[in-house]
Design a binder for this molecule. Structure first.
Ligand code: MN
Length: 257
């Protein structure tokens, strides 16, 4: 086998075993983290593959419904990955880590911007969800557990409720399709920001750059089957299934960068 073939094989191995990390952090050592390597559908020549979810499609009921989760994961997320792989088919220098790839994308490269962003954003979104404490649609939302993140939320926004109201307002303000984020920004402060389409705060041209801690998909495909046009009902249901423990780890890691 030629040296070139060896290098190509090694690159493929690295891509397929790439871990969804943030800032090079070895998140694979943390429980419940999705890795590209965990996907069952690794095909020849694929750069990235659909990560398995760490819960069943119906696990977030009644707040996010099974059909939405299944279509969102197997159709929407998969489509971003398929198109990302096509965009990278002749690129031998692209980073093998989706987080690092996002950091290299410039605003004029729409194939990478839309599909690389789509892959990162959805992988991140799944990781920041977990089954609800109970199934009562009217139950009180669990607050973030005591820790560094809840301390920072209170010191930045006043109270957890004030933070949630502000986050909801920003989520509501996204015109058309996009995302609402909680990030650790460049001066190590918590900040709520939004992005259009599949842009994210890792990208070079993002108006607010930083390390994501929470993400909310406000594309209609994320909620229309259950909540129809009522985006705020979806946002309020989403608080019931936020994985605060994961957000805490991301916040602590983001503060150390
Ligand atoms: Mn989506």
């Amino acid at each position: 086998m030629s040296e070139e073939n060896n290098n190509m094989e090694r690159r493929e191995f690295l891509r397929k075993s790439a871990v969804l990390g943030l800032g090079g952090l070895a998140l694979s050592s943390l429980p419940g983290i999705i890795t590209d390597a965990s996907a069952a559908s690794i095909g020849a020549g694929d750069y990235f593959t659909l990560p398995a979810l760490p819960y069943a499609y119906d696990a977030l009921e009644p707040f996010i419904d099974k059909m939405t989760m299944e279509i969102h994961h197997t159709k929407h997320h998969q489509a971003y990955i398929t198109n990302l792989n096509k965009a990278l088919a002749n690129d031998k220098a692209a980073p093998t880590d989706i987080t690092e790839l996002c950091r290299t994308i410039h605003d004029g490269n729409f194939a990478l911007r839309n599909n690389g962003g789509g892959h990162f954003n959805h992988s991140f979104f799944w990781k920041l969800l977990k089954p609800p404490v109970g199934k009562d649609p009217l139950q009180a939302c669990p607050p973030p557990p005591a820790g560094k993140l809840s301390e920072a939320i209170v010191s930045t926004f006043g109270t957890v409720d004030a933070f949630k109201l502000k986050f909801e307002d920003r989520a509501k303000s996204v015109f058309g399709s996009g995302w609402c984020w909680l990030i650790v920004n460049d001066v190590y402060k918590l900040e709520i920001t939004t992005s259009s389409n599949q842009d994210n705060p890792l990208m070079l041209f993002s108006p607010s750059k930083g390390v994501p801690v929470l993400a909310l998909d406000v594309w209609e495909h994320a909620y229309y089957l259950k909540h129809q046009n009522l985006r705020m009902d979806y946002v309020k249901d989403w608080w019931q299934v936020v994985n605060w423990e994961e957000a805490e780890k991301l916040y602590v890691a983001g503060k150390q960068k």
